[in-house]
Design a protein around this ligand. Structure first.
Ligand SMILES: *[C@@H]1O[C@H](CO)[C@@H](O)[C@H](O)[C@H]1NC(C)=O
Ligand SMILES: *[C@@H]1O[C@H](CO)[C@@H](O)[C@H](O)[C@H]1NC(C)=O
Ligand SMILES: *[C@@H]1O[C@H](CO)[C@@H](O)[C@H](O)[C@H]1NC(C)=O
Ligand SMILES: *[C@@H]1O[C@H](CO)[C@@H](O)[C@H](O)[C@H]1NC(C)=O
Ligand SMILES: *[C@@H]1O[C@H](CO)[C@@H](O)[C@H](O)[C@H]1NC(C)=O
Ligand SMILES: *[C@@H]1O[C@H](CO)[C@@H](O)[C@H](O)[C@H]1NC(C)=O
Ligand SMILES: *[C@@H]1O[C@H](CO)[C@@H](O)[C@H](O)[C@H]1NC(C)=O
Ligand SMILES: *[C@@H]1O[C@H](CO)[C@@H](O)[C@H](O)[C@H]1NC(C)=O
Ligand SMILES: *[C@@H]1O[C@H](CO)[C@@H](O)[C@H](O)[C@H]1NC(C)=O
Ligand SMILES: *[C@@H]1O[C@H](CO)[C@@H](O)[C@H](O)[C@H]1NC(C)=O
Ligand SMILES: *[C@@H]1O[C@H](CO)[C@@H](O)[C@H](O)[C@H]1NC(C)=O
Ligand SMILES: *[C@@H]1O[C@H](CO)[C@@H](O)[C@H](O)[C@H]1NC(C)=O
Length: 761
């Protein structure tokens, strides 16, 4: 195989015309496919240049796709589109909290079917990088899902300190890591067993917080590395953003500009790898999308490769959806929609196509890049060259113009090149420009949203008003304010704080003053809604005040405050001791006197009644009395339900437009499509997210009688809801939601045929 690659490279980098380039793409795919043969074990090691698979250095392009953020029905399509885009490796975190919801109780079903996901990667002939963490952050609730996704029950383990040299934490971390590694081994999924997994990650961006743990930090890093290596996966381990990763664990870079920022491997024997090249940035409620251009991404990837990088991962290649309550604090339900494959899996152009061309250009010269001698030199004040020379065989050059505004004319090997601003030109044979990062040849496409049905008839809606408890209704009492997460244990977003106090006749113009450390409060005085307030991703603490509420003198007033969390925190040190919920509650009278309810009797109720009765499930609907919807937009804490049909056959992705609603959560046939929050506007006055993905697989196979349930916290108008199909213009061939079965064997044979043809040329 090496001979073949060498030969192809020789052709391409020396004398091939662009015409033959496409032959190369076919062949490159064939080589990888052949690597996907599950019968043979592979030897994955590394040296100072790259990962080495069966003795050959490999330059690998990787894309993150997280299995719980899409559906098993979407996986084959997503992985296929990643492969078509020139991606060799699919990288995913392992989401501890979804897999081990209670200690020793595991869930690997449905969207959590990690083995099925890895096998799908294998079926399509790609490699996998398994980032076990088990701390993942990943904007997943409690870190717990982007980089860790810790299960909440850990919080209640006595004496635990997360991610530190702490015996209880190490016990559970080792237990879960071992569980996953053993599971992968028993399915034969490591490359050493003939499977697709060529890398595993332990911990995640730990260096960011390491100092906070003093001497317990470095000793934890050493323990984690030793523990991981001891599991004997037969493939290398990596630690991202950990410059002192102990041997043989490879330290890798995360960021937007690793070509500029990465200090490099911590040993000359380790390759330079970029595990998170952010294709955008996660978005929060109240925030605007971060749009990273195709040109900017391509520039930084090319720069990283130019500086001897040999592994680049796009974070994310497909972001997907934070279904249910899985998003971390304030993180939006739509995740990295700006990635090369958008939330629905649709190709986002020109990003997808431009990067595909970049990948092909890099791959066409990979032998020289991995074996050639690297030199770099200046071509001007802001211009530089990186050259890889492989004996007399191959030569590849990267001509970099760092000037963001002006063209630069440079001399390189007796020829003159005009370099456009902020660009890298890749020269095959050190002569012919085969790719320029700033020159986008891929056409833009546009996403189209087409209403397919309106919910504008009040006939179809029924409602149920949830109950506002008073202190008499609560079973948990305290005389100090209790911490929110410690009460809910992440089983719900909602915690009721209730109070009762006798107001004297001398109190005039009472003002309700509440301070909270997260994330939202809805207030009720004597059962009357008295307004809401919330913090934001960046400023979690906030104050609520209302001076025009109905409180009466000489009687006992009931104050009920619903504290809401929009996901748990996901990053930082000492996550186990974070505080959320109310910190101060007072009634301030105009004469300066106040009733301080902070250290006063308070009562607690965890969750809403409708949640407890699971009235979003068809079989539990009759647990409450639904009435014909009265539809007033000022109606807080209301459940709405409607039945809808869809036409099956048209397989475009679907999304609900919830722009007429306020804040809450939505379910389709009992499955949560996530939190919505359209009343939280960006600085430009628009909701951050109005469209909410409804995966086709959540619908009934017949298309008929689907149940939509919403829980609205503040007040919204369900008559304004519509169901929409999502498509792109120009369209992508083939169905999107329903995967085409991939005829792996046939495809391989087809590629082999092309390969044979090519060799005859
Ligand atoms: C794996 O490859 C490394 C170097 O590439 C080599 O030293 C080692 O012997 C190989 N191991 C096996 C089992 O082939
Ligand atoms: C992990 O802990 C569970 C109990 O919580 C135990 O049953 C299991 O054997 C442990 N597994 C490992 C690999 O230590
Ligand atoms: C990462 O990707 C972004 C675009 O998503 C690009 O701008 C950046 O340069 C890349 N950085 C690296 C180190 O690949
Ligand atoms: C070559 O690249 C290295 C690493 O980026 C840099 O430190 C050095 O200054 C460069 N040399 C020249 C001559 O530009
Ligand atoms: C550049 O030109 C000089 C003088 O004509 C020649 O000696 C040298 O080989 C040329 N270099 C390349 C790379 O063509
Ligand atoms: C910059 O260079 C490009 C490529 O050679 C050329 O098409 C463009 O006209 C130049 N722009 C300016 C302002 O000279
Ligand atoms: C609902 O919307 C559709 C499409 O906009 C419109 O034709 C219909 O008249 C509306 N129905 C009601 C009851 O408003
Ligand atoms: C959490 O609640 C338990 C009782 O349920 C209490 O003993 C403990 O002190 C609380 N911890 C925090 C941090 O509030
Ligand atoms: C109002 O009445 C309360 C309770 O009797 C008393 O403590 C407080 O001092 C009074 N405030 C004023 C301004 O008189
Ligand atoms: C406070 O709540 C109790 C119990 O629900 C109720 O009996 C009482 O009338 C309420 N007080 C006011 C002022 O609404
Ligand atoms: C204050 O409470 C009153 C009465 O419940 C309500 O009408 C009003 O909208 C609230 N004001 C704010 C700013 O929330
Ligand atoms: C109310 O009580 C809390 C807890 O004792 C205290 O921190 C706060 O300062 C008090 N507020 C006022 C206005 O005295």
């Amino acid at each position: 195989m090496f001979m073949m690659k060498q030969m192809m490279q020789y052709f391409y980098c020396n004398s091939w015309s662009w015409y033959y380039y496409w032959w190369w793409v076919v062949v490159a795919t064939a080589v990888l496919e052949a690597g996907g043969d599950s019968s043979s074990s592979r030897n994955v090691t590394y040296d100072g240049r790259s990962l080495i698979i069966d003795g050959q250095r490999e330059l690998l392009l990787s894309g993150s796709i997280h299995y719980p953020r899409s559906t098993p029905q979407m996986w084959p399509y997503l992985i296929g589109k990643a492969k078509e885009g020139g991606v060799d490796v699919i990288q995913t975190y392992v989401f501890w909290n979804v897999h081990e919801p209670q200690p020793g109780q595991y869930d690997f079903s449905g969207r959590n079917d990690l083995v099925k996901f890895i096998k799908e990667i294998q079926a399509q002939g790609l490699f996998a990088c398994l980032r076990i963490g088990p701390f993942i952050e990943s904007e997943w609730t409690y870190g717990y899902p982007t980089c860790l996704g810790l299960p909440f029950w850990l919080h209640d383990i006595p004496g635990i300190i997360y991610r530190s040299d702490n015996e209880p934490f190490k016990f559970f971390m080792q237990n879960f890591t071992t569980k996953i590694v053993n599971m992968m081994k028993s399915e034969g999924l490591y490359a050493s067993q003939g499977g697709p997994i060529i890398l595993s990650q332990i911990e995640n961006e730990y260096q960011n917080i390491e100092a906070a743990f003093h001497e317990k930090g470095p000793s934890y890093v050493r323990w984690a590395a030793r523990m991981a290596v001891g599991l004997q996966t037969g493939v290398p381990w990596i630690m991202c953003k950990q410059s002192d990763a102990p041997d043989p664990v490879i330290n890798t870079c995360n960021g937007m500009r690793c070509g500029e920022t990465f200090a490099g491997p911590n040993s000359p024997n380790k390759p330079s790898m970029w595990t998170e090249n952010w294709t955008s940035f996660y978005q929060v409620f109240g925030g605007s999308p971060y749009i990273r251009s195709a040109q900017d991404i391509a520039f930084h990837v090319a720069l990283f490769i130019a500086k001897k990088g040999s592994y680049v991962n796009y974070y994310m290649y497909h972001g997907g959806t934070n279904f249910g309550r899985s998003g971390a604090a304030y993180v939006m339900t739509s995740y990295y929609d700006q990635a090369p494959l958008d939330e629905y899996g649709l190709i986002r152009q020109p990003k997808w196509g431009h990067l595909k061309q970049l990948h092909a250009a890099i791959k066409s010269c990979s032998v020289t890049l991995l074996h050639g001698v690297h030199t770099n030199f200046s071509l001007g004040q802001l211009q530089e060259a990186h050259v890889f020379q492989d004996g007399s065989e191959g030569c590849v050059a990267f001509l970099v113009n760092n000037d963001p505004r002006k063209n630069a004319t440079v001399q390189f090997q007796n020829a003159s090149f005009e370099l456009v601003p902020k660009s890298i030109s890749i020269l095959a044979d050190c002569r012919d420009i085969i790719f320029n990062t700033a020159t986008v040849k891929t056409k833009y496409n546009f996403r189209r949203t087409t209403p397919s049905q309106m919910f504008n008839s009040s006939e179809r809606w029924e409602e149920f008003k949830d109950v506002i408890p008073s202190i008499f209704d609560t079973s948990i009492k305290s005389n100090t304010l209790l911490e929110h997460m410690n009460m809910t244990k992440d089983t719900t977003d909602y915690l009721w704080y209730t109070f009762r106090y006798l107001q004297n006749s001398n109190c005039t113009e009472p003002l309700l003053h509440i301070e909270s450390r997260g994330h939202v409060v809805h207030t009720f005085a004597n059962d009357m809604y008295s307004g809401s307030a919330h913090g934001s991703h960046d400023v979690k603490g906030f104050t609520f005040e209302n001076s025009s509420i109905l409180l009466n003198n000489d009687i006992n007033n009931n104050i009920s405050v619903l504290s809401v969390m929009v996901g748990l925190p996901d990053s930082g040190a000492y996550l186990e001791s974070r505080f959320a919920g109310l910190t101060n509650v007072e009634i301030r009278c105009s004469d300066g006197f106040s009733y301080n309810l902070t250290n006063h009797d308070s009562g607690y109720q965890v969750g809403m009644l409708g949640e407890k009765l699971q009235i979003y499930n068809e079989q539990n609907l009759s647990n409450v009395d639904w009435i014909k919807a009265t539809i007033s937009t000022n109606q807080p804490l209301t459940w709405y339900k409607a039945i809808f049909d869809v036409v099956v056959g048209d397989e475009l992705p679907l999304a609900l437009n919830l722009s007429s609603m306020g804040k809450g959560e939505a379910w389709v046939n009992g499955q949560s499509i996530g939190r919505y929050w359209v009343s939280f506007h960006t600085s430009k006055g628009a909701p951050s997210q109005t469209l909410y993905h409804v995966p086709r697989s959540f619908l009934k196979p017949s298309g008929g009688g689907n149940l939509l349930v919403l829980f609205e916290e503040i007040g919204g108008d369900p008559l304004g809801i519509s169901l929409n199909t999502i498509s792109v213009d120009p369209p992508i061939a083939g169905p999107v939601s329903v995967p085409v079965p991939v005829p792996v064997q046939e495809e391989m044979d087809h590629h082999r045929q092309n390969l044979m043809l090519l060799m005859e040329l």
